[in-house]
Design a protein around this ligand. Structure first.
Ligand SMILES: C[S@@+](CC[C@H](N)C(=O)[O-])C[C@H]1O[C@@H](n2cnc3c(N)ncnc32)[C@H](O)[C@@H]1O
Length: 426
């Protein structure tokens, strides 16, 4: 194991059934931090034996789930509201504790519900776990970047990306689940973040559209009034409601269309003024490397076993559902295959010199380090990068140097694996 070791054996995590679990860890940058988790015994957790067995088979310490009671809820403040913190605290009826290692993030006690508060409903804050925020920070998004989010829904990370982007560049969100991406669209509208964004229902393993850079569409800006009207007509759905509904029904039964389905675009997303034939132009790998995205996030579909809140939901949904959705070995095998394909395609669409972050909320090696290793072995132009932004992050090193792991016990966040790559010129 390459995980950081506890630095003081007297503080070593006690075996299952011990009365308390405390630990002092060495960060991946060699500084120390300590963690004290609640006194519950892992064996008394409301988790079925089959899940504990899944953890054991994957070399995961079940005591990470004992931190449930103490893991805070996190929110990100919409930029521009910094001076109104006290007003927001009054609206949610709770003090916001600044997360000192992640700008714009605040922690709340886990039992506080924000959904009915004015601050949430008016879009001043949005819920996003600090570890998820860290994954977005690792992309180091700067003004003017063209960013691709290959598994975008429900969209908390996408919102953060748009917040960081500023007044230039674009974000392209892709997800295979239409209903989840529709929820993402609602979020963009609520937080007034859609101006530079476009959303496509598509299979991220095959998605092939590059960003629209202003110079590449400038010819469209020079088009005549008639041409502009034609282009507008192509994108505007003028069909009556009944006809649209019928078309949507047909779509439901059919596999995804050859072309990704555009379900949202903002006025600076690069779509306006562009004909469908130009948008859906096929590109070669070489073209993708020169005119692809500056930043790509592959926040891949996974078993979600690192997310305490997700696992807790199975108490209500039934442990049999957990068995079927998380533990089933065949499902895990097909997931790892999907993760690798998503990573390959995200990397294909990355510009030379660009940055790709791969993350999952699983803590199994099979869905993380194994994927990274396999991917590196087949891509000479992929290079794993140090995550420089992470100096103060309360996380551990992954089993491969330069990769990071957040877990509830050590990070007081949801579990997350993060790896960062760049594309070298070949
Ligand atoms: C971990 S969630 C992403 C969470 C999201 N990044 C966020 O911050 O809200 C994984 C997403 O991958 C999507 N997904 C699964 N298979 C996919 C595929 N082949 N192509 C694109 N998206 C896919 C799922 O629908 C799901 O919304």
């Amino acid at each position: 194991m390459h995980f950081d070791e506890p630095v003081d054996t007297s503080l070593r995590i006690l075996p299952l059934g011990g009365q308390r679990c405390s630990a002092a860890f060495r960060r991946h940058d060699n500084s120390h931090f300590s963690v004290v988790c609640p006194m519950e015994e892992a064996s008394k957790l409301p988790l079925p034996d089959s899940f504990l067995q899944f953890l054991e088979e994957n070399g995961l310490d079940p005591s990470i789930y004992t931190a449930t009671e103490s893991t805070p809820r996190y929110v990100r403040l919409k930029p521009g509201y910094e001076a109104r913190i006290q007003e927001i605290e009054a609206e949610i009826n709770c003090k916001l504790e600044k997360v000192d290692w992640l700008p714009g993030f605040y922690a709340l006690p886990p039992e506080v519900q924000i959904a009915n508060s004015k601050a949430y409903q008016e879009g001043k804050i949005y819920g996003i776990d600090a570890a998820s925020g860290a994954a977005v920070s690792a992309l180091n998004i700067s003004v003017g970047d063209h960013v691709l989010d290959l598994c975008a829904a429900p969209g908390a990370k996408l919102c953060m990306m748009l917040d960081l982007l500023g007044d230039f560049g674009s974000v392209t969100g892709v997800d295979i689940a239409r209903h989840r991406l529709a929820a993402c669209r609602t979020m963009l509208q609520k937080y007034s973040l859609g101006d530079r964004c476009r959303l496509f229902v598509a299979d991220g393993t095959a998605f092939a559209l590059v960003p629209q850079r202003v110079d590449s569409v400038s010819s469209s800006f020079e088009s005549t009034f008639e041409e502009k009207a034609d282009i507008f007509g192509e994108w505007t759905n003028r069909r009556p409601y009944k006809e649209r509904k019928r078309a949507a029904k047909v779509r439901e039964g059919v596999a995804l269309n050859q072309n990704p389905e555009l379900i949202f675009y903002g006025q600076h997303s690069g779509i306006i003024g562009l004909s469908k034939s130009k948008l859906y132009k096929t590109i070669s790998d070489t073209e993708a490397s020169s005119s692809g995205y500056d930043k790509v996030l592959v926040d891949a579909e996974c078993t979600h076993d690192g997310s305490i809140r997700h696992i807790q939901k199975f108490e209500h949904w039934g442990w049999k559902t957990l068995q079927r959705r998380v533990l089933d070995a065949e499902r895990t095998d097909s997931l790892t295959f999907l993760q690798l394909k998503l990573l390959r395609n995200g990397f294909r669409l990355l510009k030379v010199g660009g940055t790709l972050v791969y993350s999952t909320c699983s803590l199994t090696v099979a869905q993380n380090e194994d994927i990274v290793e396999q991917f590196l072995s087949e891509n000479a132009s992929a290079e794993l990068q140090e995550i420089n932004e992470s100096r103060n992050w309360p996380c551990k090193s992954g089993q491969i140097p330069k990769t990071l792991r957040f877990d509830p016990l050590t990070s007081q966040t949801s579990g997350l694996f993060v790896a960062k790559f760049t594309k070298l010129a070949s």
